[in-house]
Design a protein. Structure first.
Length: 443
């Protein structure tokens, strides 16, 4: 377990502490302590160190210049972990920037949460040590709560998340033992035994209800993202994810609103700017889309990397071709399609750009690649017909136009070209090249 995740090897340290507190068997203590150190060292060597290479949005505290801000903010994380362990409510799938704002001064009212958490822990430790001989479950429960949490505390090495609810899984075992121990001992001789049992019964009901509700949120990403955004309107990634869900439902204006809200929290997010640019392209607002791409090119590219940079390259290339900057558009389309070839509208846009540059053979090849991706695209068939017309290949032109008409005769460019190629056009009218860009998630 220790080689898989840090809380695994903390159990060895927990057992070492239990040997000292409950049995004073020092040989066992030192043996377990050496085992803990060995497994921890192997784990750190195996994963290549303890550094978490996450960005500002995921772990903003470590990027703060002030040591006081970092210290107080990490301490507040401990208090918040205690809160969601004792009484979890309004949880979040991701506690990104600025879900838990930084603490900069001792005057911040959230210092009360830090003080309360640490005083409670100190009191429970004192009580557990005093009663360890008669009630070992108390100190054992406390140890199982605190010790597995240490790797997530940012005390010894930085963790790649602000709050990770999954990090409390082992701590929950200790908390359950601790609650049961305190409740059992308090109710034995107390005249308020009935009240104590009622309080713990209510607490159990709260846990069961919260578990039921939260598991319901996880039944779908749509429900999860939309629900969490109601309570975590200051979390960059939560707000961004709600926007992406609205975008997937074709609610472009609603998605645009939430993408802009996400940028209002933290403006240097290239992936969010890209999503906004895509919406502007879908809405035909090309100038605003170009401004977003310029911002991406001049920024830090947060959220974009080697695995997804084809997104902005392909769409920027499409935009440049659509607005007449054909040479630049062909460059970005080639870059994007080399990284991810399954982009039907990208191949179509590349073919249109190449045709406008007089590169007929390359254009036909690009259109053919697009048809391999989407053989039912009337736009691509119509564009191939235009390419064949420029090369005076009448049989191929006719076949391509027939397929385009069979697929979508109502599409304006298809109907226009059919009229031109059948000799019904007016003098001076020429065939049209058809650019299209689908809504996200479509071809």
């Amino acid at each position: 377990a220790g080689l898989c995740k840090e809380p695994g090897f903390t159990i060895l340290f927990f057992l070492a502490c239990a040997e000292v507190v409950l049995r004073s068997r020092w040989r066992h203590f030192f043996g377990l302590l050496l085992s803990f150190a060995f497994v921890g060292a192997v784990r750190i060597w195996y994963v290549g160190g303890a550094e978490a290479g996450f960005g500002y949005v995921d772990t903003p505290i470590k990027y703060m210049d002030s040591k006081l801000t970092r210290t107080l903010s990490y301490l507040y994380q401990h208090a918040y972990y205690a809160k969601i362990l004792v009484l979890p409510w309004h949880q979040s799938w991701d506690y990104s920037y600025d879900s838990l704002p930084m603490l900069h001064t001792f005057e911040d009212v959230r210092m009360m949460a830090i003080i309360s958490a640490y005083i409670s822990i100190a009191a429970l430790v004192a009580l557990g040590l005093r009663l360890c001989a008669r009630a070992p479950a108390l100190i054992l429960g406390l140890g199982l709560t605190i010790i597995p949490f240490i790797p997530a505390s940012n005390l010894f090495f930085l963790v790649g998340t602000t709050i990770g609810e999954r990090l409390l899984y082992p701590c929950t075992v200790g908390w359950s033992l601790l609650v049961a121990s305190v409740g059992s001992r308090s109710s034995r001789r107390s005249p308020l035994r009935g009240v104590i049992w009622a309080v713990f019964a209510v607490l159990l009901c709260v846990y069961l209800w919260n578990s039921h509700v939260r598991m319901g949120h996880w039944t779908s990403t749509t429900k999860l993202f939309l629900t969490d955004a109601e309570h975590w309107s200051r979390s960059v990634k939560v707000v961004h994810s709600k926007a992406s869900e609205l975008q997937a439902k074709d609610d472009l204006h609603g998605a645009l609103e939430y993408y802009l809200k996400s940028l209002a929290i933290f403006d240097d997010q290239a992936i969010t700017d890209y999503c906004i640019a895509r919406i502007y392209i879908n809405l035909g607002r090309f100038d605003e889309a170009r401004q977003r791409f310029d911002k991406i090119l001049n920024g830090h590219g947060i959220g974009l990397h080697d695995g997804n940079d084809f997104l902005w390259m392909t769409d920027l290339g499409y935009l440049l071709v659509a607005t007449g900057s054909v040479e630049g558009g062909i460059h970005y389309l080639n870059e994007g399609l080399q990284r991810f070839a399954y982009s039907c509208y990208g191949w179509n846009a590349l073919g249109v750009g190449q045709l406008r540059m007089g590169q007929h053979e390359q254009a036909v090849q690009s259109f053919m690649q697009g048809l391999q991706c989407d053989p039912d695209s009337a736009s691509i068939w119509s564009n191939i017909a235009v390419a064949f017309a420029q090369r005076h290949q009448v049989p191929e032109l006719t076949e391509a136009m027939q397929k385009a008409m069979a697929l979508n005769p109502q599409r304006p460019a298809v109907a226009w070209n059919m009229r031109i190629f059948t000799g019904q056009g007016l003098l001076g009218e020429t065939p049209q090249l058809d650019l299209y860009i689908p809504l996200p998630g479509r071809r």
